[in-house]
Design a protein around this ligand. Structure first.
Ligand code: NAI
Ligand code: HPV
Length: 528
């Protein structure tokens, strides 16, 4: 597998990738060049500079994952990636402190005219009275977006004895109260705030969130800090508001177009201080995000679950810890259940019993669907596209949960409904890691889901196993384990044979033709 790193990321991250895969680092590629070479790669690592447009994604014939060494994924066409089944993941925690501290630096520099004082003094001017500042203590700070960075800024601002209020429709009052601040509506913040700082993602919702109308509602002494994304503020409106004295000043780290056009009106104003998107630029943050993104890319290429994928349901780390050992089992159960099934599949129920039912199991259900669909479709099914493909094929997926369990501490049961019959497979973990199938269609078994299995239904009479064993032996197929499962209902048994190699269709036909064999299926766990 080959990985392309197209923005500068720390060497530690690149080295991690190199331990497992071939890595090319090619910085500042023109987009045409990127489109030309992207088909050679299985993974792409970017920061904010590379624009991963729809055209890039369409050309990316082999791409499985795009890793963003940082937070914002607005430079990636996530929708196009999702449609193509490409995982997009980010590294959201590594640069939080860097961006938080840069925000504080920008706020203080803005309040005390530090860049203007520095520039004028280096120019030989001693401008003490012209560069009068304002204090932070006792001032009101309005934070728009109270996520990782916004809440870090809130804590630091409280330590500086500021009054802090915030707007974030996705945070509840208790979460804000835990930080020690009050949540307000957006329009309630404007007449109160002496400083407004932005910490929200750039989306269609937040585009030009601060514009002419909103500036008009603010205190004329307001100072605005933007270390989030350029397009969240209408730059032309901000420049105008500053020129007209509606806004006192601004500290800007991010621009709608980067690198910023030297003609951008904000660059011409003395009241505006700027940095060239330096929020994440600390040695510590760059190592942090590079290592995190490398780990994410490796997990994605190995088909393992990823905690920071942005185009899959996010998994909290404590949940991931509980469900991680079950992923492989869930996938294999999906594969087994679909191979047993006959007829047109209409719905799949996944039941979780025991303690596992108490955490968010959506991702495990996705793993099951991934295993199920990968066994029957030629297109590659992964965690990103599995739910969508199931939906497009009219398969209804339901989760059922109960803390109650009979024989096992935790049990996962999958029921595959077809227009002919319902097939049921149950599995659990032995110890912490060992996945076992413990029930097939009502028959109690104990099967390790790996390699190749033959599952056969047969009449409960002497010699059946012998017939099948002879056919396999004659055809040179080695059996490595075998068991027979019974239900309470007498008359039929299930035989499950684990074999060392694929079983040719001709051998399966011979097995099915044995008198007393009611059906036999070959399951190849190696395909998923
Ligand atoms: N200047 C730089 O170098 C850096 C910039 N960033 C940017 O900072 C921003 C915040 O990053 P994090 O705090 O890590 O993200 P986060 O996801 O932890 O926080 C974002 C917050 O914005 C809120 N939000 C989303 N849509 C909203 C809306 N329409 N109105 C109000 N609130 C909304 C969310 O509820 C969330 O609490 C992102 O845009 C990120 O790209 C992050 C790191 C470095
Ligand atoms: O993480 C983010 O969202 C950032 O804005 C940092 O961008 P960068 O990696 O420095 O290009």
């Amino acid at each position: 597998m080959r990985i392309l790193v197209s923005d500068p990321v720390s060497a530690q991250g690149v080295e991690l990738l190199q331990k497992e895969y071939e890595v090319d680092v090619k910085i500042k590629l023109p987009i045409e060049e990127l489109i030309k070479i992207i088909p050679q790669y299985d993974a792409l690592v970017v920061r904010s500079e590379t624009k991963v447009t729809k055209a890039v994604i369409e050309a990316a014939a082999n791409l499985k994952v795009i890793g963003r060494a940082g937070v914002g994924v607005d430079n990636i066409d996530v929708e196009a990636a999702t449609q193509k089944g490409i995982i997009v993941l980010n590294a959201p925690e590594g640069n939080t402190i860097a961006a938080t501290e840069h925000t504080m630096a920008m706020m203080l520099a803005l309040a005390r005219n530090v860049p203007q004082a520095h520039a004028s003094l280096k120019n030989g001017q001693w401008l003490r009275s012209k560069l009068m500042g304002v204090e932070m203590r006792g001032k009101t700070l309005g934070i728009l977006g109270l996520g990782r960075i916004g809440s870090g800024v809130a804590k630091r601002a409280l330590a500086m004895e500021m009054n802090v209020v915030a707007y974030d429709p996705f945070i509840n009052a208790e979460q804000a109260a835990a930080i020690g601040i009050q949540l307000l509506e957006l329009d309630e913040i404007f007449p109160l705030a002496d400083f407004i700082t932005l910490h929200l993602p750039f989306t269609s919702e937040t585009k030009y969130l601060l514009n002419k109308e909103r500036f008009a509602k603010m205190k004329p002494s307001v100072r605005i800090i933007n270390c989030a994304r350029g397009g969240v503020i209408h730059e032309g409106d901000l420049a105008e508001a500053i020129e007209q004295g509606i806004v006192a000043g601004a500290a800007i780290d991010v621009f709608e177009k980067e690198p910023v056009n030297p003609e951008n009106p904000l660059l011409k104003l003395d009241q505006v201080i700027v940095t060239p998107h330096l929020g994440a630029s600390t040695a510590e943050a760059q190592v942090g995000v590079a290592v995190d993104v490398a780990k994410g890319i490796i997990a994605a290429l190995k088909g393992e679950p990823i905690a920071t994928a942005v185009n899959m349901a996010p998994i909290q780390s404590h949940v991931l810890e509980v469900i991680r050992p079950y992923f492989n089992l869930a996938e294999k159960m999906g594969c087994l259940a679909i191979n047993l099934a006959e007829g047109r599949i209409t719905a799949v129920d996944v039941e979780y019993n025991g303690e596992i039912s108490e955490v968010d199991t959506k991702m495990l259900t996705t793993a099951m669907i991934k295993g199920l669909l990968n066994s029957i479709l030629t297109e590659h099914i992964n965690y990103v596209n599995a739910p969508g493909v199931a939906k497009s094929r009219g398969i209804k997926i339901r989760e059922v949960k109960s803390k109650e369990t009979a024989n096992f501490a935790n049990l996962i049961t999958v029921r595959v409904y077809t227009d002919k019959k319902t097939h049921v497979v149950a599995g659990t973990l032995f110890g912490h890691e060992e996945g076992r199938i413990v029930m097939i269609d009502g028959y109690r078994v104990d099967v390790e889901p790996q390699g190749w299995l033959i599952v056969g239904l047969h009449l409960d009479r002497p010699g059946m196993i012998g017939y099948v064993g002879t056919i396999l032996g004659t055809d040179g197929i080695n059996i490595n384990s075998m068991q027979v499962g019974r239900t309470e209902v007498t008359g039929t048994n299930i035989m499950v044979m684990s074999v060392d190699s694929d079983v040719p269709a001709a051998t399966m036909l011979k097995i099915k033709a044995v008198d007393g064999i009611l059906g036999a299926k070959m399951i190849n766990f190696c395909v998923i």
